[in-house]
Design a protein around this ligand. Structure first.
Ligand code: HAM
Length: 423
């Protein structure tokens, strides 16, 4: 028989890790919904053209796209991120701005797998369409920042920059092209090939050989238009006002080409520098228009779930516990009592589990202990004869005899009322 394993760059997320990821998304949803963001779900695959707007010169588009022709001959790609999909959805459905949405889900990039870098990875994120106000940039950046603190992370640094308006960015790229071409021989072979595709990305090189040249490169702030400069100053002042600490870095260019004006990254100092960006975002004021919509400013961020959880492991925060249940039902008669009791417990909103295969009392008690349940409801022939249940507090070992019709009231008294699951 053949044996199978997950593909490179993908993983099974087993219990209890999967529950931890779900809890991560829950905390995120609660956090951003309290700031007026609503959930959006976009398809996992789209017309390739949607994602080509991320930039012809980016690795994400040129090397990492999972694309294929479907049976109808359409050129499709698995989403490498969700900002472009949100903008496509805005252009398609034309909701009333400001449109504040959040999302969570998997993305696909054919990258070289390594610690913290996967081919299928999860992100949570927010996007806002239709607002130019720098106070929104502050809100968005601060929400991301606050989320890391909610997880308990302490060693995250916020790095910010502005790439100027559309024209500023193009002028800057041209200046970089001329500068790097003048000293091309001193650049590493990798930086030389990046230069041909995208001079901006040379600034991202981590190679020792490139650092001296990079440090003398033109800086973006000298290319900012007055409005871009004023916008960025207001963003920085707003961050100061709400007490979010940041580091200015004129070399922060990000890996996707749609960014204009404010850009930012959240860096975990607890992680290896090759994979230490736990989230990032910025403004992409031309993207909706590029996707066939009206001119619409936009800003957002995405947080890498997998990588942020690795940072949590290193910092020892956001621990995972197995979800605990309320009740474990032990039936030594024939198993049907456990079936009925579990059904009524779950209908009444209690979480409950049981053992199967008519196992011995001792084996079922062991399963009950392992389940972490607060109470065991024990049903043997004596109990059935007397129309009662024996209820055992698994923490204190205290036992109670409860008349069958009183079980739900007994549990509500001890565990608190539950919301009923049936109408
Ligand atoms: P990004 O910087 O490409 O931005 O990804 C955001 C985060 O996703 C990264 O900081 C990282 O934590 C995580 N990530 C990216 N690629 C991988 C990978 N291969 N394996 C594990 N984690 C990964 C975006 O995706 C933009 N859409 C963010 C944005 C939203 N900009 C504006 N709005």
């Amino acid at each position: 028989m053949p044996t199978f394993q997950t593909s490179p760059g993908t993983r099974d997320i087993l219990p209890p890790h999967a529950a931890r990821s779900r809890e991560f998304s829950r905390v995120f949803a609660e956090h951003v919904e309290s700031a007026g963001y609503e959930c959006i779900v976009t398809p996992m695959f789209e017309d390739l053209g949607v994602f080509q707007r991320l930039g012809d010169a980016t690795d994400v588009v040129t090397k990492e796209m999972y694309d294929f022709f479907d049976k109808g001959g359409r050129h499709i790609a698995l989403r490498p991120e969700q900002t472009a999909s949100v903008c496509r959805a805005f252009a398609e459905h034309r909701p009333t701005p400001p449109w504040k949405v959040w999302y969570s889900g998997s993305n696909f990039r054919y990258e070289r797998p390594q610690a913290g870098r996967f081919r299928q990875f999860d992100q949570v994120g927010i996007e806002v369409l239709g607002v130019d106000d720098p106070m929104l940039d502050v809100e968005v950046i601060a929400l991301g920042w606050k989320f890391y603190t909610l997880l308990g992370l302490k060693d995250v640094e916020l790095v910010i920059n502005s790439l100027g308006d559309a024209g500023d960015r193009e002028n800057y790229v041209e200046a970089l092209r001329i500068y790097f071409n003048n000293c091309i021989d001193q650049l590493s072979p990798e930086a030389q090939s990046t230069l041909l595709k995208n001079p901006l990305r040379v600034l991202d090189s981590k190679r020792e050989q490139d650092q001296v040249i990079i440090s003398g490169a033109p800086i973006i702030s000298s290319f900012w238009s007055q409005s871009a400069a004023e916008h960025f100053t207001a963003v920085c002042q707003g961050l100061d006002l709400v007490g979010v600490p940041y580091v200015l870095n004129e070399k922060l260019v990000r890996g996707l080409d749609y960014y204009r004006r404010t850009t930012f990254e959240y860096i975990s100092r607890a992680l290896d520098s090759a994979q230490n960006a736990v989230g990032g975002g910025g403004r992409y004021d031309g993207l909706v228009e590029d996707l066939g919509g009206p001119p619409t400013p936009g800003i957002g961020f995405a947080i890498g779930v997998d990588r942020t959880l690795i940072a949590c492991d290193v910092e020892g925060c956001f621990p995972f516990g197995s979800p605990k249940i309320d009740v474990f039902v032990i039936d030594t008669v024939d198993g049907t009592h456990a079936l009925l009791v579990n059904t009524s417990l779950r209908d009444a909103g209690f979480s409950s589990d049981r053992a199967y295969d008519n196992r011995s009392m001792k084996a079922q008690m062991k399963s009950a202990d392992r389940s972490g349940a607060a109470f065991a409801v024990i049903i043997g022939s004596n109990e059935i004869e007397q129309s009662v249940y024996t209820v055992r507090n698994l923490g204190s070992s205290e036992q109670f005899t409860v008349a069958i019709p009183d079980l739900l009231t007994f549990l509500s008294t001890h565990l608190g009322p539950r919301r009923r699951n049936t109408p």
